[in-house]
Design a protein around this ligand. Structure first.
Ligand code: O2Y
Ligand code: MN
Length: 584
């Protein structure tokens, strides 16, 4: 399938290490994929779902101990420790390779190694990059088929001499004590072992498209970000694009697929991506973004016709479900899908389940892997090789008191500071402790493949490149502000459209704003609140900036930044000092 000598030499090396019984090149053909689906069903790795109700869909269950990304076992292995920085686990590459080789040694004996060539980004796009994943999991092959452009198309893109990201995945014994997700950014290499679950094994996603790609972007002058991308068309037919970064559990997929309230008129949201953006400076002096993925690896619980109609529609064909419940009619169910639970199903552990069981039917981190083309609001620009031009970048977090509904940064460096100080408060469901502030700069804390101090500097540098003559404006949103009784003050979901509107009006210079110590906030009259039941007091509070609350934020920010030592850019320190002065 290829004459690329770099591929063939590396493959021989990995075969000698893992010693598979067979090697199968994945060409991406339907015939080959169908054979793998059948094999997966015959071994029990996959369960075929009701062909009439969910055509082309399958269910997969992972081991009970293997249900989420494992941040404590995720490493960035650079020659120098400081190049990985204080927010990443680190080990010297030679030491890590030696340790992992013992784990991989002979791990594919009696198994088949699948050679999975794939492209992150549309074929032929100047943004796109090729990876090859060697894996002993059919589940991985079939998920990679949904999440990437996979098969011969990738080898054609690679050509005789092209470079690629070398990804090795072995299930081994799914032993959590020997589970490692390791990035070697200086070698374009990712090694993952002892997991068979999503983010740990679909190596094109977080491992490549964020950790390795963020390092590539740093070296090559572009950016890999944990951002959704959406297009918004107003009733006049004008279309603008924004990218937005939120930590987990802040509704990124929901915002990417938002349905505008009808009362606002003829607005339309189209999804370019729900998780990752690769961003470059275009010839026109703007930032342009692509979604490097081809599918959505979305969290199932809480996804319903009401909360995200478009995501749910996307799962209705050719989708792989992981760790959801299996209904008696061969369909699937998860908490929040319907008001009423099914009277009986098989839970994510494969056990009989009824509403009286007192357990969750679906794992809280159960997932759907759905092709992006299934999404009713997928953007016509989804495959555009040039990507889409960004008018605004939005950061967000879950903050009960501090951050107003929306504010705009004063300028680029201030916007970078706003991203660098991003934080979210934990929810009871996630941790048992509410209101604990977790710092998550640009939502990249688990995904930045190099020193985060250098990452902040890279952001600053990008904004000051002479060729970036028309940078996007930078905003912060908070859908989660609460009143003194603990109730959410903003309805969220479709009504977030009202905030997007204000953001784009600001980008167009159509509306004024009020200056506060943290940035520009909307004047009440500039938010379109038609049809929304919100009283004046609530609105005033939603847009208010409490200086005392913000002063109380400063020690936490300083403490967080102190870990970066002299890697903290002067440009960030200046912003911190300026904020402190404005709050006096
Ligand atoms: O738990 C996992 O393996 C998936 S985590 C994930 C999946 C899709 C999009 N984003 C995330 C994330 O953790 O940011
Ligand atoms: Mn994500």
């Amino acid at each position: 399938m290829t004459t690329n000598q770099k591929v063939l030499t590396w493959l021989e090396e990995m075969k000698a290490l893992t010693q598979p019984d067979n090697v199968v090149w994945i060409d991406g053909s339907e015939a080959q994929l169908n054979a793998l689906r059948e094999e997966g069903v015959s071994t029990g790795e996959l369960i075929k779902l009701n062909e009439e109700k969910l055509p082309g869909c399958y269910l997969h269950r992972t081991a009970e101990n293997d249900v989420a990304r494992v941040e404590d076992r995720t490493f960035i292995c650079t020659t120098k420790r400081e190049d990985a920085g204080p927010t990443n686990n680190w080990m010297a590459p030679a030491e890590m390779y030696a340790m992992l080789k013992e784990i991989y040694n002979g791990s594919m004996k009696g198994r088949t190694m699948y050679v999975v060539p794939y492209i992150m980004g549309p074929a032929g796009s100047p943004f796109s990059k090729v990876g090859i994943e060697l894996t002993d999991s059919i589940y991985v092959v079939l998920n990679m088929n949904i999440m990437t452009r996979m098969g011969q198309i990738a080898l054609d893109e690679l050509g005789e001499n092209g470079d690629f990201v070398k990804c090795l995945h072995a299930k081994c014994d799914v032993d959590p004590e020997k589970r490692y997700i390791v990035q070697f950014p200086e070698d374009n290499t990712i090694w993952s072992c002892n997991s068979a679950y999503g983010g740990n094994v679909l190596l094109g996603k977080k491992c490549f498209a964020l950790r390795i790609a963020s390092y590539m972007g740093y070296k090559e002058g572009w950016m890999a970000e944990h951002m959704l991308i959406l297009g918004l068309t107003n009733p006049a037919g004008e279309k603008k694009y924004v990218a937005a970064a939120f930590p987990s559990a802040c509704g990124k997929t929901n915002l990417a697929m938002l349905i505008p309230p009808e009362v606002l008129g003829d607005y339309k949201i189209e999804t370019v991506g729900d998780d990752i953006a690769w961003i470059r400076i275009g010839e026109d002096g703007r930032l342009w973004a692509i979604n490097p993925e081809a599918g959505f690896f979305g969290v199932a619980p809480g996804t319903s016709e009401k909360t995200n109609y478009n995501a749910l529609e996307a799962t209705k064909k050719n989708t792989i479900f992981t760790n959801v419940a299996l209904c008696d009619d061969g369909t699937v169910w998860w908490e929040g899908l319907t008001k009423e639970a099914p009277a009986h199903c098989i839970d994510w552990l494969g056990k009989e389940w009824t509403p009286e069981s007192g357990t969750k039917a679906a794992h809280p981190n159960s997932r759907f892997t759905a092709p992006a083309v299934n999404c009713p609001c997928i953007s016509p620009e989804f495959e555009a090789p040039k990507g889409v031009p960004l008018s605004a970048i939005i950061f967000g977090g879950r903050r009960a008191k501090s951050a107003p509904l929306v504010y705009q940064s004063f300028d680029w460096n201030h916007g970078v500071f706003v991203g660098a100080t991003m934080a979210s408060e934990t929810t009871a469901a996630a941790t048992g402790a509410t209101g604990v502030v977790r710092r998550d700069p640009m939502a990249m804390r688990p995904f930045c493949g190099y020193n985060m101090g250098d990452y902040f500097q890279h952001w600053i540098d990008m904004g000051h490149k002479p060729e970036l003559t028309n940078p996007p404006k930078i905003f912060h949103v908070n859908w989660f502000r609460r009143d003194d009784e603990g109730n959410f003050m903003w309805p969220g979901f479709g009504d977030n459209m009202r905030v997007l509107n204000w953001i784009l009006d600001r980008c167009d210079g159509k509306v004024d704003a009020a200056e506060t110590p943290i940035g520009y906030v909307p004047k009440k009259e500039d938010l379109n609140l038609a049809g929304l039941d919100i009283d004046d007091k609530t609105l005033t509070e939603l847009l208010s900036v409490d200086k005392d609350v913000w002063r109380a934020e400063l020690p936490g920010i300083k403490e967080y930044f102190s870990q970066f030592g002299d890697k903290l850019p002067a440009g960030i320190q200046e912003q911190l000092d300026a904020l402190e002065a404005r709050l006096k």
